[in-house]
Ligand binder design. Structure first.
Ligand code: 13P
Ligand code: SF4
Length: 302
């Protein structure tokens, strides 16, 4: 059955001139059928550069919106249009406009986990992979508003030694991981480094050895002499790491770190999207034009 679906998706992909992009948190079957699997920054860069006329984006809604803004001439399909990111929905454009009115001189940086409406009101966008570098490149004498993730924001503050105006958003998945689970994982696998995502609260980041974007986790696993790793992020990441590095061992810090939205996409829905050429994610051109400025800055920062 699954083999039939896989064969049909591959056949339709050619007919529709489509490319399948998948985030590192997608279910294994989707990662395996994708043409490219990566983190938010890698996927944005890929979407901006693909030659195919259709992008099937397997991730969450803001990622497909970002692809639509960076590749306005392409048709962007998603397997499940209801796969949203709760953190992205924790701030609206109206709330950001109100915050900006309280700090009229501030530069505004948004995490890519935000809606296109919010991005349209920002000066710069960043991902967890380049947030420190991007904010670090901004003038030190300007106030900076950082939305919506207060944990990534506080990580940037710690790394750069400067205060930001933070919004109280957070990732509902990463806050499920506990320090006790890190302690227990270390006891079960002595010597294995603990890697968490910077969306984790400070207490977890302090208890870990590294705070890295999912793409940086792959890079660390590739170059590290360690053969065992403890991974404190969404469980889909384990598939990516085990597949890329079969000779190394990866253990989840917490079995609770599951993002229900990332898991809404299935092979059946992916096939349905290619068959019916919907659901389409298309950002209205006026908003896309405004949001593009901040996204161009994001993809340019390594
Ligand atoms: P990265 O893959 O860019 O590290 O982001 C993690 C995430 O939560 C995406 O929603
Ligand atoms: Fe949003 Fe967190 Fe899920 Fe990423 S893991 S999509 S930040 S809720």
């Amino acid at each position: 059955m699954t083999q039939d679906i896989v064969a049909r998706i591959n056949q339709l992909k050619k007919q529709r001139d489509a490319v399948i992009l998948a985030h590192n948190y997608q279910i294994g079957e989707i990662q395996d059928i994708a043409d490219f699997t990566g983190d938010s920054l890698e996927l944005s860069r890929k979407a901006a550069a693909v030659k195919e006329s259709v992008i099937v984006f397997c991730g969450v809604h803001f990622m497909a919106e970002t692809a639509s803004i960076l590749a306005p001439d392409k048709t962007v399909l998603v397997p499940d249009v209801k796969a949203g990111c709760p953190m992205a929905n924790m701030i609206t454009a109206e709330q950001l406009v109100e915050l900006k009115s309280q700090h009229p001189e501030a530069l505004v940086v948004c995490y890519v986990n935000s809606t296109a409406d919010v991005k349209a009101h920002c000066d710069y966008c960043c991902t967890s992979g380049n947030a420190v570098k991007l904010v670090g490149s901004l003038p030190r004498d300007r106030e900076i508003i950082f939305v919506p993730d207060r944990h990534l924001g506080s990580y940037v503050e710690e790394q750069l030694g400067r205060k930001l105006i933070l919004w109280p958003g957070y990732c509902a998945t990463h806050v499920k991981i506990t320090v006790d689970e890190i302690v227990a994982a270390r006891a079960a696998h002595p010597g294995a480094p603990v890697i968490v995502h910077p969306e984790c609260p400070k207490s977890l980041r302090e208890a870990a050895d590294y705070s890295l974007s999912t793409g940086q986790m792959v890079a660390l696993a590739a170059e590290s002499a360690h053969t065992e790793f403890l991974i404190g992020t969404e469980l889909g990441m384990l598939h990516r790491l085990r597949k890329d590095f079969p000779a190394k061992k990866f253990y989840p810090v917490s079995e609770k770190a599951l993002c229900p939205n990332m898991k809404k996409n299935t092979l059946e829905k992916l096939l349905w999207a290619l068959e019916n050429m919907e659901p389409v994610v298309k950002v209205p051109s006026e908003i896309a034009k405004q949001a593009l400025r901040s996204l161009e800055n994001m993809v340019a920062v390594l």
